[in-house]
Design a protein around this ligand. Structure first.
Ligand code: DGT
Ligand code: MG
Ligand code: MG
Ligand code: MG
Ligand code: MG
Length: 249
């Protein structure tokens, strides 16, 4: 077909093709979810239904993109690990991050009524997305350890904070001051002595976040995903599922 005289504008597009043979992580994070959670009366610090909705949206993404082997979610964020040998959209960074981000967001809205029983969605939520490339296995594992450690640190803080405010009857500012110089042992102690809560008995979804991953059995891999609230910092999970890092096919 003959080219129009306008065709040259295409030359202004720059390539954002990602390095071959590297693991890609796409992390999404809700925009202004502090406000979104408030407006929709999310339970503090953890709303079970809202977290389940995030997990449903992640499952929708993994159903569509088989190149994703594992996803990890906590709070208003989800990270997707794409196998290093993939050629999804010719490895174009913006194409990959935007399509995963928009599918996640539309799935979040699509599954809202089912997960958030009796709650009306008051305005359209949105998520930002980024692509991060990791050249080796240690980097990939450290990335997921970083997110899971973040989940633990924030959840211990938030659980203690909201117990002090909602059950302890002190103000947000007083709770902040009470916690500002504490280490995790102190927070465990406050929870236990003041509120009779053993932090280790709090729901695993809150303490560990959510891991969505493809099963080891090849025949089940494209249609099924496992959803678990388990440790991914230690070796056990990765030794048990070597296929997630493409070590076996
Ligand atoms: P951003 O990401 O810079 O646009 O700003 P935010 O407000 O999304 O902040 P971010 O992503 O650092 O932190 C997540 C916020 O979402 C945090 O303020 C608490 C809120 N959030 C997430 N999950 C829950 C939940 O289950 N319950 C409640 N009450 N709040 C939640
Ligand atoms: Mg933020
Ligand atoms: Mg956010
Ligand atoms: Mg966040
Ligand atoms: Mg088109």
């Amino acid at each position: 077909m003959a080219k129009s005289k306008f065709e040259y504008v295409r030359e202004f597009e720059s390539s954002d093709r990602c390095l071959p043979n590297t693991w890609m992580v796409v992390r999404l994070d809700g925009k202004g979810f502090h406000k979104f959670a408030d407006k929709h009366n999310f339970e503090k610090p953890n709303d079970k239904n809202a977290l389940s909705l995030m997990n449903e949206a992640a499952k929708s993404v993994m159903k569509e993109f088989k190149e994703i082997t594992l996803a990890y979610g906590q709070s208003d964020e989800f990270s997707f690990l794409i196998r290093r040998d993939h050629d999804l959209y010719n490895r174009r960074s913006s194409k990959i991050s935007t399509i995963i981000c928009s599918l996640f967001t539309s799935a979040y809205v699509f599954h809202w009524d089912h997960c958030m029983v009796g709650k009306t969605l008051l305005y359209p939520p949105c998520f930002d997305g980024r692509v991060i490339l990791y050249p080796d296995e240690k980097n990939v594992r450290d990335y997921f350890s970083w997110r899971q450690a973040d989940c633990h640190i924030n959840n211990l803080y938030n659980t203690t904070f909201w117990n002090l405010v909602l059950k302890g009857g002190i103000t947000n500012q007083q709770a902040e001051e009470r916690l500002c110089k504490t280490v995790s042992g102190d927070k465990n102690e406050i929870l236990f002595s003041q509120f009779g809560i053993n932090y280790n008995n709090e729901p695993e979804m809150f303490r560990k976040g959510t891991v969505v991953y493809r099963p080891k059995d090849r025949s089940k891999r494209s249609s099924n995903v496992n959803v678990e609230h388990i440790d991914i910092i230690n070796d056990a999970f990765w030794l048990e599922h070597p296929h997630l890092l493409n070590k076996i096919r």
